[in-house]
Design a binder for this molecule. Structure first.
Ligand code: NAD
Ligand code: DAO
Ligand code: ZN
Length: 369
């Protein structure tokens, strides 16, 4: 079938709206009509050429929501008409990783997903006879896409697509890092470095679990008001304090943070996030994706003396199991998504969404079809 897609032909160039060919779903796959898709920093990172795994030409997008229109042979868990959120972290419930219960990093389709193709080794997208790569197994910047059955979460039908698409990445990544990865307990002191689309969701996750101090750190003073709305209790602008931000946080928290979260992708801030943690038990979670080839460092004695450094992908959430619950939380008014979606525009204006992001003007832009 012919579908509308924003194609990334090469790195560093704007996306181009094209009519492309999409083959129907094969065994174990589903065809989904995408209704809305968030535009995330990771799309921009890949488009910029900085992503060492970036493949071109491709259909980017990994934060979508839509409706199943057709299923391939053997598909049992969803049917045409079901509302779904595509999952760049699938959940097969059968691989060693899924069965371990220790991680959400299902590996069932990892190798083909990383090569921009479907599990059978081919792409469903093409243009003028030339193959287009899938992206993160989702390719949501198209009005129709094909996904493996294990990479869709079935959600309730009354949830608005242009809001819950954000649960496909940013919301789940931030809130999940608090509740699934760090398991923050009530009364904990939490520090969040970077108050963008991810950090603000860490803040609302920390508020939801009953954290005591929720300290936000950002070099952009304009982030203060929105972060306070989501539950931040203290704001630190590293450019405005005297001295070292780590010493400042240790002083403010009487010894250090119980939990810290790095939501920027800056290796120097990752070190600060670890070192501002409380001796003996503080846990620091890296969420931000650093530039290719970059490395983190600290004095090993920071770990010897009880601080813990860990990371979180997709908030540690098991997509098919946890995403529908997070959609319920939104529909029940337990989490706020509306105030984070600052711009909604048709897919034809997707390059404006990237511009707004680069200018720091948006928290989240959503494109609709
Ligand atoms: P964003 O650009 O919206 O937010 C980053 C914030 O950090 C901005 O408010 C900016 O002002 C602030 N900042 C920049 N440099 C700073 C510094 N030195 N000190 C303090 N604040 C600083 O980005 P986002 O969409 O929130 O994404 C954050 C990171 O999370 C990105 O690296 C993204 O790729 C990554 N990410 C990770 C996952 C995952 O599963 N681990 C999922 C999605 C996104
Ligand atoms: O299983 O090895 C693997 C890869 C898992 C990919 C998880 C990616 C999370 C971070 C990238 C940001 C996504 C928007
Ligand atoms: Zn699995």
């Amino acid at each position: 079938m012919q579908v509308k897609a924003a194609v990334a032909f090469e790195s560093g160039k704007p996306l181009s709206i094209e009519t492309v060919e999409l083959e129907g779903p094969k065994a174990g796959e589903v065809l989904v009509e995408i209704k809305a898709s968030g535009v995330c920093h990771t799309d921009a990172y890949t488009l910029s050429g900085a992503d060492p795994e970036g493949l071109f030409p491709t259909v980017l997008g990994h934060e979508g929501a839509g409706i199943v229109v057709e299923v391939g042979e053997g598909v049992k868990s969803v049917k045409p008409g079901d509302h779904v959120i595509p999952l760049y972290t699938p959940e097969c419930r059968q691989c060693k990783f899924c069965l371990s219960r220790k991680t959400n990093l299902c590996q069932a389709i990892r190798s083909t997903q990383g090569r921009g193709i479907m599990p059978d080794g081919t792409s469903r997208f093409s243009l003028n006879g030339k193959m287009l790569h899938h992206y993160m197994g989702t390719s949501t910047f198209a009005n129709y896409t094909v996904l493996p059955e294990i990479a869709v979460a079935k959600i309730r039908e009354d949830a608005p697509f242009e809001k819950v698409c954000y649960i496909g990445c940013g919301v789940t990544t931030g809130i999940g890092a608090v509740i699934y990865t760090a398991k923050v307990e009530p009364g904990a002191n939490v520090v969040v470095f970077g108050l963008g689309g991810i950090g603000l969701n860490v803040i609302q996750g920390a508020k939801m679990v009953g954290a005591n101090m929720i300290i936000g750190v950002d070099i952009n003073p304009d982030k203060r008001a929105i972060a306070e709305k989501f539950g931040m209790t203290h704001f630190i602008n590293p450019k405005e304090i005297d001295g070292d931000v780590v010493a400042h946080i240790i002083d403010l928290t009487d010894g250090g943070a119980d939990y810290s979260f790095e939501c920027i992708g800056n290796i120097n801030v990752m070190r600060q996030a670890l070192e501002c943690c409380h001796k003996g038990w503080g846990v620091s979670v890296i969420i931000g994706v650093a530039g290719a080839g970059q490395e983190i460092s600290t004095r090993p004695f920071q770990l010897v003396t009880g601080r813990v450094w860990k990371g979180s992908a997709f908030g540690g959430a098991r997509g098919r199991t946890d995403v529908p619950k997070i959609v319920d939380w939104y529909m029940e008014g337990k989490i706020n998504i509306d105030d984070l979606i600052t711009h909604v525009m048709p897919i034809e204006q997707i390059n404006e969404a990237f511009d707004l992001m680069h200018q720091g003007e948006s928290i989240r832009s959503v494109v609709t079809f």
